[in-house]
Ligand binder design. Sequence first.
Ligand code: GLU
Length: 479
Amino acid sequence: MNKIRTRFAPSPTGFLHIGGVRTALYAWLLAKQNKGDFVIRIEDTDKDREVEGSIEHILKTFKMLGLDYDEGPDKPGPFGPYMQSERLPIYHEWALKLVSKGLAYGDPFSKEEVEGYRIDAKQKKLPFLYRNYRPNKLPAWDKSKPLRFKSNPQKYTWNDIVLGQIQSNENAIDDFILIKSDGYPTYNFAHIVDDYLMQISHVIRSQEFIASVPKFLNLYQALEIEPPILATVPAILGPDGRKKLSKRDNAKDILDYLKEGYLKEALINFMALLGWNDSTEQEIFNVDQLISKFKLSNVQKSPAKFDERRLVWMNGQYIRMTSTTELYALAKSYWPNDSKTFSQDYKMAVLDLIKERLKYLSEIPDLTSFFFVEPKIDPSLITDNKILSKIDNQFLIKLLELSHQRLSKTSFKLEEIKNTLNDLLLETAQKPVVLFSLIRIATTQSPASPSLFETIAILGKDKTLSRIETQIKALKNYE
Ligand code: GLU
């Protein structure tokens, strides 16, 4: 069998949406699994739609995700160049082959004529097809006009690895433009030439191209080239499961997710599952597992649903699977400014503690700021607390004074803190939701924090005691 070579062929018309990267990921997985090649080809033949910066953005996304490519615009290979705008002579050469075989002609149709033909077809209750109005004697191509393909209408049956057998009739075939009047090829033409010359074995792409496949098959035939294996991946729907995923669904650009501190392994795992599973309930697959388990034939036909909550959950799982040392390295740029003067050991201890609750790395400042700066007293933490707000202020003060007194006698080792506060619970006949919540508020000024004992153990004795004192003073002032 020939080498498996897959490609991702984005048009640089904007930033990469999650669906695009998912499609590319499937092509990448297939190549990796078969020790094949994965190629990035930039399809920049529509200069009007090009958005500046998108090529860099696309390539950066692949680099950041660790989806390496064997050939691409910045990675020369035997089949380059990998930017379609740099391959114009190649398309012209192939176009001329068709012209010389009498299979392409200079576009003779003016806008007005086409309008007239449309009306004519409508009156005849026929679909409008250029080929029905093609002149008998094919017009020559003078390059100021587009070049059109002379199609050969027929029925097709073809196999799509994901969708199975598909049939089409003659109406799907028409004379389409190969080269535009600006000299650039159309997608319909260029991708066929390139996939062939680049020896692409599998073309994996999204649903929107399925209706055009009969046209492509017709052109493959005219060019006398064997079509590659075709696979159509499912659409991705928004969270409501009805409409196609769009900007309004808050699906972010992959680089934005990475900036927010989603781990690349989690993003890859999440994207892989948008339309694929290994026929079990398993949800967590590391990249190596994906490489070995991925099968195009297991890609689902029906649309996938984008659910950001699943991504958040999955990222949390990955954070917990990552060692604290590794996570610390990944989290370097996420610490709040105030943490600068603190030691690595201290920050590692903080990270180890919040790891259980951390959903993405950009939450670190919010979850950890009280470890680095003195938190401001927030009276609402008590007044809005269902249980504490019903307790007499004097009693709250008393509880804090006792806590202060007992804790001040300890060496502040974790075990001692635990025993001391548990003893105090018994002694005062209070529930943890009262006593521990109160100490938590006093020491962190936040309604939730990781385990109280660990939190204050990391904060240390001095800070813990002085924050309790500050809270006592504040409560006295409420009197
Ligand atoms: N340039 C096309 C796009 O960005 C590529 C489609 C394909 O993969 O063939 O949609």
